[in-house]
Design a protein. Structure first.
Length: 216
């Protein structure tokens, strides 16, 4: 087996979380009289954590005097509703089962709230995942390598034996910064053309293709 461990991004890679994220953003915006954002706008805004998501969604971003209040409203709503419309992409549960059966260690590393990462992992992937890591105070978010290095430590795996899998430009940069091979996926929030423009060298169009690339 080429790898001993697989580190996955979460949103847009394992789970389609876009509608719940949109609902949380729009709940926060509505509380303070701002217009709602569309699904396509939210798709473009995600990838760099919830603070950056709200900066992009709110007029004047972090310079808006109401920014922290809206961010708090988002966090409160999303914590309570992060599973309302979220679902695993077709083929992902089978991919996880196959990897576990092959003896690979699995981790999730995400820029979303650590509490939400752990809750979603518990709901969908608890039988497969050895480490689930989200945004934490004092730990740099992706594309910094810190969270990936934390996952590798928990998996007790060297980076040369691990592969990183994600759906965005942030994930491509994360893998490069951490020194891991990268497989980009085109079924999530970014398409194959965008991923190639961002330097993706290996792209999987389906979870089964991802499995073949991991294990070949």
């Amino acid at each position: 087996m080429k790898y001993k461990a697989v580190i996955f991004d979460l949103d847009g890679t394992l789970l389609n979380t876009l509608e719940d994220l949109m609902d949380a953003v729009n709940y926060a915006l509505k509380q303070y009289g701002y217009p709602a954002r569309t699904l396509s706008e939210i798709r473009a805004f995600v990838g760099n954590g919830v603070r950056k998501l709200m900066e992009r969604a709110l007029p004047d971003g972090a310079d808006n005097p109401q920014f922290e209040a809206l961010l708090g409203a988002f966090r409160t709503y999303y914590t309570a509703h992060c599973e309302d419309k979220t679902h695993a992409y077709d083929g992902v549960p089978a991919l996880m089962r196959q990897l576990k059966a092959d003896g690979l260690k699995i981790a999730i590393v995400s820029n979303k709230l650590d509490s939400a990462v752990k809750e979603l992992n518990q709901s969908y992937f608890k039988d497969y995942v050895h480490a689930a890591i989200g945004e934490q105070e004092g730990v740099r978010k992706k594309p910094a390598p810190d969270m990936v290095e934390q996952a590798l430590a928990q998996l007790q795996c060297d980076k040369k034996d691990a592969v990183y899998i994600g759906d965005s430009d942030v994930d491509i940069q994360t893998a490069a910064n951490a020194g891991l091979d990268c497989i980009s996926v085109s079924w999530g929030f970014r398409d194959a053309g965008f991923l190639r423009e961002c330097g993706a060298a290996v792209i999987a169009d389906t979870p089964q293709q991802a499995y073949e690339l991991i294990t070949s």
